[in-house]
Design a protein around this ligand. Structure first.
Ligand SMILES: C[S@@+](CC[C@H](N)C(=O)[O-])C[C@H]1O[C@@H](n2cnc3c(N)ncnc32)[C@H](O)[C@@H]1O
Length: 246
């Protein structure tokens, strides 16, 4: 059963502020995004707009945030009303997304890991490819398919857990649980191997696929020390991927 974010939108918003997400996820994405001044951007599976807002603040000229969940988009729009940045938020399925004008940059945090089979993954990748201008860039973070199941227990240190349901085959559910002050929040991703992810991206026409290691912010290093982050860096639970439309 795919996670319905309508019911957990507020809790998921809280989960964005876990320490690993600030000091690793957000910091690594910030570095990988680089200079996007004056670029047009779509944030697919934007959730409540955490990264859409970051991308706009980084100088993107136009940002569109798209998400399947009305609840998530309601939160994104509420934040946009509270502090207008000029971001357009829409409800929609990334697999069917058709850009009216192609974008310079497509961003998607935790979209591809919602594909429960290769066809769904290909639909997502095809929509991404079609949404990009020639030479455009796609950046994404997802569950790391190379994270060994034996390593899932390291999450305790960082207030999450990962659990595989059944065997590690294509489409197998991987359940992430975030330990939050109000209680645990679980969401379900699906396993697709690194090779199949690359195959889907290549088949739709994406080129120059780069897998980037996570980075820890200087503040995170100073506050918690290198040893604290070592297990995460040794076998990262999430993977950052960048590729380009030729
Ligand atoms: C883990 S949340 C990430 C939200 C946001 N990118 C972030 O990092 O804060 C995953 C999001 O993907 C959305 N989602 C899942 N499948 C989708 C699809 N096919 N099209 C658009 N959004 C989708 C969910 O509704 C949810 O908001």
């Amino acid at each position: 059963m795919p996670t319905n974010y309508d019911d957990i939108a507020d809790q998921y918003k809280e989960a964005k502020y876990q320490l690993w997400r600030t000091h690793i996820e957000r910091y690594t994405i910030l570095n990988l995004v680089g200079d996007i001044a004056n670029q047009t951007v779509v944030d697919l599976a934007c959730g409540e707009g955490f990264y859409s807002r970051m991308l706009k603040r980084l100088g993107a000229v136009d940002v569109l945030g798209l998400d399947l969940s009305q609840g998530m988009i309601d939160l994104a729009k509420a934040e946009e009303s509270r502090e207008p940045l000029g971001i357009d938020f829409q409800v929609g399925d990334a697999r069917e997304f058709q850009a009216s004008e192609p974008f310079d940059f497509v961003f998607a945090a935790y979209l591809l890991n919602y594909a429960s089979n290769f066809d769904e993954l290909t639909e997502m990748c095809h929509a991404i490819f079609q949404s990009l201008k020639p030479g455009g860039r796609f950046l994404t973070v997802n569950n790391n398919p190379c994270d060994p199941v034996a390593n899932f227990s390291i999450g305790k240190t960082y207030e999450y857990s990962k659990r595989l349901e059944g065997d590690l085959v294509e489409g197998a559910p991987i359940i992430w649980t975030f330990i939050l002050p109000e209680g645990p929040l679980s969401i379900t991703n699906y396993y697709i191997s690194k090779e199949r992810l690359e195959q889907a991206l290549q088949e739709v026409g994406m080129r120059d696929i780069r897998w980037h290691p996570p980075q820890v912010s200087p503040e995170g290093q100073a506050e918690f020390g290198e040893a604290h982050w070592q297990p995460f860096l040794q076998s990262p639970p999430v993977a950052f991927i960048e590729c380009f439309k030729a």
